[in-house]
Design a protein around this ligand. Structure first.
Ligand code: SF4
Length: 322
């Protein structure tokens, strides 16, 4: 069995009444959906769909102990990952497009999601990691409530694309332990072109401030496992060094120099990119020079907790600054 959590997840202290109020508040939003920054206004309860392309029935593509996540999440036994189908982002390079864009997954209820969370905990996973959670926030909060009542006691990870609304994030206060947004864009044109996410930068900045207000910098226990806080990913894209630098400057200057950042190097051209000439500018991998320029910027702006690809950085062992 894994070591027992050294701190109590926030949701343990939420009363039944407070959980019910949050669930009802969020569920009402399905009726004129504004759960994400698209604010489509469609009635998903009546079967209408917006940009994310799904009504109110969540679909799950898989749930398993993920051993490829950050060390602070996977530990020895894996991060208890629950992959939701569909997504509120429409990234043309998505490596999981069959799930995110084509909806591959099985329909489930909140009770069934709660059972998956408990099953992952029983397997020894160190957390429950909801991937692409935003468009089904109401069901997920209900699932957390149900699982809590049946003994869930590991942290909740909100593994999202960053195209959130701070108003909705506020409703997760005290329920989510670890926010893990992949902050993709600071440049508006790129956000529209590659992810169909207008006003991404203003929305993600506001949402990050709210996430950090709730949970603060990432806390790691004596076993090296994340217990709460903000963990930011940034997937560096080819020819987007300036975009990345602006993201990192914002984190250092307006969130915290202690922000835990994972600077991802694994971009590959997927989905539409290899076959659509409009995206030929990103039809190749990131170069070491691009990666090193961004890593150097992380150092220069004072970020102190950066997980990075040592091979791409031209270094041998360290994966941390500071
Ligand atoms: S969750 Fe889906 S329907 Fe709702 S606002 Fe976002 S994209 Fe539109």
């Amino acid at each position: 069995m894994p070591p027992a959590p050294e701190t109590t997840p926030a949701y343990q202290d939420v009363s039944e009444e407070a959980f019910t109020a949050r669930i009802e508040d969020l569920r009402d939003r399905y009726g004129s959906c504004d759960l994400c920054a698209h604010e489509c206004g469609v009635d998903r309860m009546a079967g209408e769909t917006g940009v994310c392309g799904i009504d109110t029935t969540p679909r799950i593509s898989s749930h398993f102990a993920h051993r490829g996540e950050e060390d602070v999440l996977r530990g020895h036994n894996g991060s208890g990952t629950i992959f939701l189908a569909n997504c509120n982002m429409q990234c043309v390079f998505c490596q999981n497009f069959e799930i995110s864009q084509q909806g591959r997954g099985e329909p489930v209820t909140a009770t069934e999601i709660a059972e998956m969370a408990l099953e992952l905990q029983a397997q020894g996973c160190h957390n429950v990691n909801f991937v692409s959670p935003t468009h089904h926030s109401p069901h997920l909060v209900e699932a957390i409530s149900r699982a809590r009542d049946r003994g869930l006691e590991i942290p909740i990870v909100w593994n999202c694309g960053g195209y959130e609304r701070a108003e909705i994030i506020k409703r997760l206060d005290g329920i989510v332990d670890i926010y893990m947004p992949d902050v993709k864009w600071s440049e508006e044109a790129a956000a529209r072109r590659y992810s169909k996410a207008p006003n991404y930068w203003s929305n993600v900045r506001e949402s990050l401030r709210e996430m950090h207000r709730q949970v603060g910098d990432l806390e790691v226990d004596n076993n090296g496992l994340a217990t709460s806080g903000l963990l930011v990913r940034h997937l560096l894209l080819p020819k987007h060094v300036e975009n990345a630098k602006q993201v990192l400057s914002f984190l250092a200057n307006e969130i915290s120099e202690q922000t835990y950042l994972n600077l991802l190097s694994q971009y590959r051209p997927h989905y539409k990119v290899p076959t659509d000439e409009r995206f030929s500018d990103i039809d190749h991998r990131v170069t070491p020079a691009e990666y090193q320029a961004v890593l150097s910027h992380a150092r220069s702006v004072g970020l102190e907790r950066v997980e990075y690809d040592a091979a791409m950085a031209g270094e041998s062992v360290s994966t941390f600054l500071g």
